[in-house]
Design a protein around this ligand. Structure first.
Ligand code: IMP
Length: 179
């Protein structure tokens, strides 16, 4: 049994190892490579949390692609505020492109909904969503989350890009808060 770790003022225990994360990303990359044969992908990563996932996924994509980033914030501490602040806007000239939005985690789904609404205004050819983590019991929206690498229960996590009040993003594994 692993010892709990402390991030800021809370304790967390190991829940998803780095090996499991990397294997899940490989499986996801295999599906995307298969589905987009003969096409180009325009990835849009949602900062901050996506930086590790985006880097590890793109190294495994073997078809022509470009990547750009947008930045939004909705969490304070361990709770979603439900209000989305857009800190870096979406790229322009997305008309006719095959877009894959990359997220670290889809929780309630509010953040992604606001990004989807804005993207649609630019008339891309297609929009798909790829998330490393998905919390099915927390999801409150009705759009399709096309690619989900790992499904997790409804508890707060840190590591592999995800933070608790800005801390813990550097951890290579994912940890769950101790209640
Ligand atoms: P949503 O809008 O509720 O789907 O939340 C999406 C965003 O909230 C993600 O991009 C994360 O930045 C953050 N988030 C959601 N769940 C967690 C968590 O368990 N740990 C850390 N951040 C989270």
């Amino acid at each position: 049994m692993q010892q709990p770790i402390t991030v800021k003022d809370k304790q967390f225990t190991l829940s998803i190892s780095s090996d499991t994360i990397q294997n899940s990303i490989q499986n996801l990359a295999n599906k995307i490579n298969e589905d987009y044969q003969g096409k180009e992908i325009f990835f849009i990563g949602v900062l901050n949390g996506v930086f590790m996932f985006a880097a590890d996924l793109l190294k495994r994509i073997n078809i022509p692609c470009t990547i750009s980033f947008t930045k939004v914030a909705s969490y304070e501490g361990t709770q979603s505020t439900g209000k989305i602040k857009q800190l870096i806007g979406l790229p322009e000239n997305l008309e006719g492109k095959n877009i894959v939005i990359l997220e670290d985690i889809v929780d309630t789904g509010f953040t992604m909904k606001s990004i989807l609404n804005q993207l649609k205004q630019q008339n891309p050819a297609d929009i798909k969503i790829a998330t490393l983590l998905f919390k099915p019991d927390s999801f409150k929206e009705n759009y399709k989350v096309d690619y989900r690498a790992i499904e997790i229960p409804n508890a707060f996590i840190v590591g592999y890009g995800l933070d608790y009040d800005g801390f813990g993003r550097n951890l290579p594994d994912i940890y769950t808060v101790v209640k």
